[in-house]
Design a protein around this ligand. Structure first.
Ligand code: FAD
Length: 435
């Protein structure tokens, strides 16, 4: 049987391992961490369960497919619950917009703010449908790694106005400033700047409209465990606490992977570790295809995040599962983070996750689990996060207390935070960036 090695047991690596197994390969999956999941790590601190990273599921069929490859049903392994709203957006004047649900529900919310934008939203949705059809259905699995492959796609992409940014495209259809923010923040979910990310990323809005937003009961960690069980049943050899040190290539052909303790031979190697880091440290210079370290270091990277995980010794039933709390300045804040690498500590815009809204078992009885994502400059800035961490923690608590969680400083418990350098160290991303 042909041998395959997959490096990295995040969602990408687990999916690759399962797909190779379904094609008949003998698969070994290795990861340097002690648990499966990569960025979808899960912490359990005295009964407060926190997913470290991803929690929003927008394309559930991609997970279902992994189980169907082996004649199984995802529902028998992990339950997905539909959310409403998908996100609550809270503006600086405390007014809110519940985004999601049926088309009618979204139109009603738009009507409350600006009835004239209802038609604009429908037109925007139609545009994102066309982007989805080409950008996801037709091109989603096409490689863009050569000039030829890029040129072949260019006419389609130009027809979709990919030269416009997400913000420009949204502003073309929506006039109200609050609604412009509601329908253009999505690139921030994947670390992108809506003011310079290509409008192709607007397909996220269509994905949400088409399939809704779900949450895995037990948290994303439960989904990771479900995939772990499936891999075990299918005989995939999972090796944790195992770091790949080198991808062995001879005469242009991959031969295997060297780890601290063994040389593993393989016919196929899939590396789903962070790509820039893999080029820098796992592939010999002569096989980097001209991707020099200088180029990797000077590339433009997404923002970083400061994440505060915490519990509360009281309930906050009025808080939605996903809330985006926007400050006064929005474009200005994004420019400061992405372009000027400046840290803002008072007029924040943050994302607040309250999993206990959907699954109360994620905290002890009478308590809540939360995490709060604060977008910050990435590691291309010179910010000393070790020094500033405690200050950011206090600023975040104060901001949440003022905007949505009254009394937080009296009832907060089990809190801890992760800074961009800590993420970089944990997930083996280069020291310059994080997401
Ligand atoms: C705070 C946060 C919130 C997010 N929210 C969402 C969300 O709600 N919805 C969503 O869809 N996405 C979200 N994302 C993005 C999502 O988490 C990632 O896109 C996804 O998890 C990436 O999976 P991956 O398998 O490609 O990489 P990773 O999860 O980063 O996995 C890579 C793995 O490779 C391992 N590795 C690296 N180098 C080596 C080596 N040399 N040897 C062995 N192993 C190695 C690492 O330990 C890691 O486990 C979020 C991300 C973060 C950080």
């Amino acid at each position: 049987m042909a041998q395959a090695i997959v490096i990295g047991a995040g969602f990408g690596g687990m999916a690759a391992a399962l797909r190779l197994r379904a094609r008949g390969y003998d698969v070994t999956l290795i990861d340097k961490q002690d648990k499966l999941g990569g960025r979808a790590y899960q912490y359990n601190r005295n009964g407060f369960i926190h997913d470290a990273g991803p929690t929003v599921i927008t394309a559930q069929f991609l997970f279902d497919e992994l189980f169907e490859l082996f004649g199984k049903k995802r529902q028998d392994y992990v339950e997905f619950r539909d959310l409403y709203p998908w996100y609550r957006i809270q503006f600086a004047d405390q007014s809110t917009f519940d985004y999601g649900g049926t088309l009618e529900q979204t139109l009603l919310e738009i009507q409350k703010i600006e009835p004239d934008d209802m038609q604009g939203y429908l037109d925007l949705l139609e545009h994102t449908r066309r982007i989805f059809d080409i950008g996801f259905v037709q091109l989603g699995d096409k490689p863009f790694h050569t000039l030829g492959s890029m040129l072949r796609c260019t006419p389609d992409l130009i027809r979709l106005e990919n030269y416009k940014t997400v913000a420009q495209m949204t502003h073309q259809y929506i006039r109200n400033e609050k609604l412009r923010r509601v329908f253009s923040f999505q690139p921030l979910l994947v670390g992108g700047n809506p003011f310079n990310t290509t409008s192709i990323y607007s397909l996220i809005a269509y994905l949400e409209r088409q399939w809704g937003v779900q949450f895995a009961m037990g948290g994303t960690g439960a989904l990771v465990r479900a995939l772990g069980r499936l891999m075990q049943e299918q005989g995939i050899d999972v090796r944790l606490n195992t770091e790949a040190q080198h991808i062995q290539i001879r005469q242009g052909v991959v031969r295997g992977v060297r780890t601290e303790s063994a040389d593993l031979s393989a016919d196929v190697v899939v590396c789903n570790a962070d790509a820039p880091e893999a080029y820098l440290s796992l592939i010999a210079p002569e096989y980097r295809r001209g991707i020099a370290p200088r180029r990797i270091h000077s590339m433009k990277y997404s923002m970083g995040l400061f994440v505060l995980y915490f519990g509360t010794r009281r309930l906050y039933p009025q808080i939605a599962h996903h809330t985006i709390i926007l400050g006064e300045s929005y474009q200005e804040l994004i420019e400061r983070i992405f372009d000027r690498f400046e840290l803002e500590t008072s007029d924040l815009s943050v994302y607040l996750h309250r999993p206990t809204c959907t699954d109360p078992s994620m905290a002890p009885s009478g308590c809540e689990s939360f995490y709060c994502l604060v977008p910050v400059p990435n590691l291309q800035s010179n910010i000393n996060y070790d020094r500033i961490g405690p200050f950011l923690r206090d600023a975040t608590v104060r901001y949440l207390e003022k905007t949505c969680l009254p009394g937080l400083s009296e009832c907060i418990c089990e809190d801890f935070y992760v800074t961009p350098p800590a993420f970089s160290e944990k997930f083996k991303h280069p020291a310059r960036f994080w997401f």
